[in-house]
Ligand binder design. Structure first.
Ligand code: CO
Length: 201
């Protein structure tokens, strides 16, 4: 007996739609993967990377985790980054957070249990760094949403010091890093204007 039959039915209809629209679709995808972008986003089910930016399979390389964190010692994230930059030669890394992020909210709460707590520690650290700015905001809601932004900005900074990125810039490879945030309320992306673009265009 097969579990989750609905998902398989969905899959069959999706695959046939793709083939109907473009008979060569899967053949082409199999032959080559040449995305120009790496997306580092939150695992949140409401933030589907490809859909938000209207990109098809093959056009966006994706890494997602709770709170869109670039862990300096996270082998998973570092391997994705290395493959994207060194092998796929993508030219843009997009760190995309979102407002009302549960991972960010957890960083304001009491300690939870590992492994989640170990992960949230990355965000607690950013909260600590910006404690003064956050304290000046009028309420918890504003502090939560601002930390969603500050977290993205911090991840862009961290990325810019990861050896894979530094080495790409040193050898003259065109690579830009961007920090964006997604609004669940209206489906719109906002550029946090913290892009680092090297070597300069
Ligand atoms: Co989130």
């Amino acid at each position: 007996m097969r579990f989750l039959p609905q998902l398989f039915a969905n899959n069959q209809s999706w695959a046939s739609q793709q083939t109907h629209r473009d008979p060569e679709f899967f053949k082409r995808l199999c032959a080559i993967q040449r995305p120009d972008y790496l997306w580092i986003g939150c695992a949140d089910s409401r933030v589907p990377a490809n859909e938000i930016v209207g990109l098809a399979p093959g056009e966006l390389f994706v890494h997602r985790n709770v709170g869109n964190i670039v862990g300096r010692d996270d082998q998973n994230c570092l391997a994705v980054l290395q493959y994207a930059v060194d092998v796929l030669r993508i030219s843009h890394v997009i760190v995309c957070g979102h407002y009302r992020c549960g991972g960010i909210q957890a960083a304001f709460g009491p300690p939870t249990t590992d492994p989640l707590e170990g992960w949230i520690a990355h965000i607690r650290e950013i909260r600590q760094t910006h404690a003064r700015e956050l304290a000046l905001l009028p309420g918890d809601e504003q502090r939560w949403q601002r930390l969603c932004e500050l977290n993205v900005i911090a991840q862009v900074q961290i990325l810019s010091n990861i050896p894979t990125v530094v080495r790409a810039w040193q050898r003259g490879q065109q690579l830009a890093i961007h920090g964006w945030i997604y609004n669940l309320n209206d489906g719109l992306l906002h550029d946090l204007e913290v892009s680092i673009n090297k070597p300069a265009y």
